[in-house]
Design a protein around this ligand. Structure first.
Ligand code: ADP
Length: 223
């Protein structure tokens, strides 16, 4: 509770500081825009935290997260999500490697975006500001795999097995970055609700690759 209330408060602290700056920057249109953008970013961050908390309670009590998978063009969906991320201040750090074509997958677009957003924001958050992250996708005959790779510090073996546990945060994550420790728990629940798998491959000092699968649309799977 101590960590959760601290992390819920930090966007609020920023919102109130920026609102005070906004009050003072009435005559400066650039200042107004910058402060308004910072406020909107913090509100989005807080919104995500509140949804994550609500979803984690739902999962804890044996509920399921609502997903409605349908046939989707993964390249179009990925490109659309990444296009939006490219417009954010960290957009330049995102590299994309997609094949020219992929068979359609069976996925829920909102759940997909939430999982990808979690993995990308972690990759950006836990790796140095000057390092790029790479989003890639591939497919075999039964499933598509989406991966997010970073050149961050990697994850110690004793932590790697616990990352998907509710509220788990490594010692160094706790020291250096805000977060509730729910993103990966919820991502796993969302991926599994779409009949996929999620995992991490990591090497200390070199970085981490988080991957998840989505089944191909039934009309495309060869039996
Ligand atoms: P949060 O980021 O809010 O702490 P997550 O559930 O998304 O919560 O991640 C849980 C923990 O997994 C993080 O606190 C961090 O210790 C570790 N982690 C996740 N992604 C990465 C990454 N790309 N590199 C290093 N550590 C990571």
């Amino acid at each position: 509770l101590r960590f959760v209330s601290h992390d819920l408060r930090s966007p609020l602290t920023l919102i109130s500081a920026r609102a005070q700056m906004l009050e003072r920057s009435a005559e400066d249109p650039d200042g107004v825009r910058r402060n308004a953008q910072a406020i909107l970013r913090s509100i989005r961050q807080m919104n995500t935290m509140i949804s994550d908390l609500a979803d984690s309670v739902r999962l804890e009590f044996g509920g399921a997260l609502a997903v409605r998978p349908r046939t989707l063009d993964l390249i179009a969906l990925l490109s659309e999500v990444i296009e939006r991320w490219k417009e954010t201040p960290e957009g330049d750090r995102i590299e994309v490697r997609l094949p020219d074509s992929m068979p359609p997958v069976c996925a829920d677009p909102d759940a997909f975006e939430r999982v990808l957003a979690n993995l990308m924001s972690n990759a950006l958050k836990y790796s140095p500001d000057e390092e790029k992250i790479t989003v890639s996708a591939a497919a075999d005959e039964v499933e598509a795999t989406v991966s997010v790779a970073d050149r961050g510090p990697g994850i110690p073996p004793e932590d790697a097995g616990r990352l998907f546990e509710r509220f788990f945060r490594s010692e160094s994550a706790r020291k250096h970055h805000d977060g509730l420790g729910l993103g990966l728990t919820i991502s796993r629940a969302l991926v599994e609700a779409q009949d996929g798998r999620i995992w991490v491959e990591t090497e200390l000092g070199h970085g981490s690759v988080f991957s998840f699968t989505l089944p191909l649309s039934p009309s495309n799977t060869r039996s």
